[in-house]
Design a protein around this ligand. Structure first.
Ligand code: XMP
Length: 319
């Protein structure tokens, strides 16, 4: 009989048998899958696990501190936090094409992860949050987190002594099973049942060139939206919700003067498989409240719009 406890017990035994007393590295992203792997491996091998968390500056509001609070402080997991925001913004300066931005972000992640892995000279294993849908979904699609590292470390030209074996304890599991494992392992429910967040993060939610001041405004606007969705009990009723930064100047009135400021779009969808989606019919009153908060609380935003496009033809993300 399948129960989360059984899977955990079984995987703990398998991981221990596989890695013995070797050290293991895991790229912790803050997403559900890598979080569950971190909790599971911590339980299985404790101090032998080192997580590398790369703060790209393109994460959700306060995500870096939250990841550290949950894993390092609360669970006692060894986590190396790399504050790489400046590097990301530098690498992204002048890059406007969405796929080019994805490449820059993905490549830089691999580069930084390798630097950190190189410092952990004793590591022999690379753990990944690969889940069953990642296994069956062939490469070539938009980069999921796992694929990037995997292809690099095993196919790429790393020196022999850095070739790492793979530990993928979630390989046979579906998302809902991974979530149940997470809850069983004691991860906060809120983290385990979060909406998906794309690997390139806010990088593809800032249309065109990514700039630090845009990322800051966007993270804050997004936070207001998510906070209000939770407060209204609507968060779990939509499959994914987020804000998008539109780098166009729209007119607003500040005091007596006309001011030209940025626009935020809100997107919320209902979907089963993310292949097709309906825009979520959120209550007008709710949308009004979110709009007022964003405009009143964030300097530089004078207009908020709601995306009422279905997929297809519109994709869920704007880039
Ligand atoms: P689209 O925009 O293609 O999104 O309708 C479908 C789902 O995929 C997510 N998405 C990504 N996830 N890297 C990711 O890890 C990406 O480059 C990427 N692009 C889109 C999107 O958030 C939605 O859940």
């Amino acid at each position: 009989l399948w129960t989360p406890e059984h899977i955990i017990e079984d995987q703990i035994a398998r991981v221990r048998a596989k890695v013995g007393s070797d050290e293991v590295i895991l790229g912790l992203s803050g997403g559900v899958d890598s979080s569950v792997v971190a909790a599971l491996l911590h339980k299985a091998i404790g101090e032998q696990l080192t997580c590398v968390f790369v703060d790209t500056g393109l994460l959700r509001f306060n995500e870096g501190d939250q990841v550290m609070a949950t894993f390092a402080e609360h669970l006692g997991v060894k986590v190396i936090r790399v504050d790489a925001a400046e590097r990301y913004f530098k690498a992204l300066a002048g890059v406007t094409d969405p796929e080019a931005k994805r490449k820059v972000i993905g490549n830089l992640f691999v580069e930084i992860f390798d630097e950190e892995a190189g410092k952990l000279a004793n590591a022999r294993w690379l753990a990944q949050g690969t889940i069953y849908p990642d296994v069956i979904e062939s490469a070539g699609s938009r980069t999921g987190k796992a694929h990037v590292i995997k292809s690099h470390h095993n196919v790429g030209g790393l020196p022999e002594h850095m070739k790492l074996g793979l530990v993928e304890p979630l390989r046979e599991l579906f998302k809902d099973e991974v979530r149940r494992l997470g809850v069983e392992l004691g991860l906060p429910r809120e983290m385990v049942y979060r909406h998906p967040f794309p690997g390139p993060g806010l990088g593809v939610r800032i249309l065109g060139e990514v700039r630090p001041e845009y990322a800051d405004l966007l993270a804050r606007a997004d936070h207001v939206f998510i906070e209000e969705l939770r407060a209204a009990g609507l968060y779990d009723q939509v499959s994914q919700a987020f804000a998008v930064f539109l780098p166009v100047k729209s007119v607003g009135v500040v005091g007596d003067a006309r001011a030209y400021e940025w626009v935020i779009a809100l997107r919320a969808v209902e979907t089963v498989d993310f292949m097709t989606a309906h825009w979520a019919q959120l209550p007008y009153e709710f949308l009004g409240k979110v709009s007022n908060r964003i405009i009143n609380e964030l300097r530089g935003i004078s207009r908020v719009v709601y995306d009422i496009s279905g997929k297809p033809p519109a994709t869920i993300e704007w880039e």
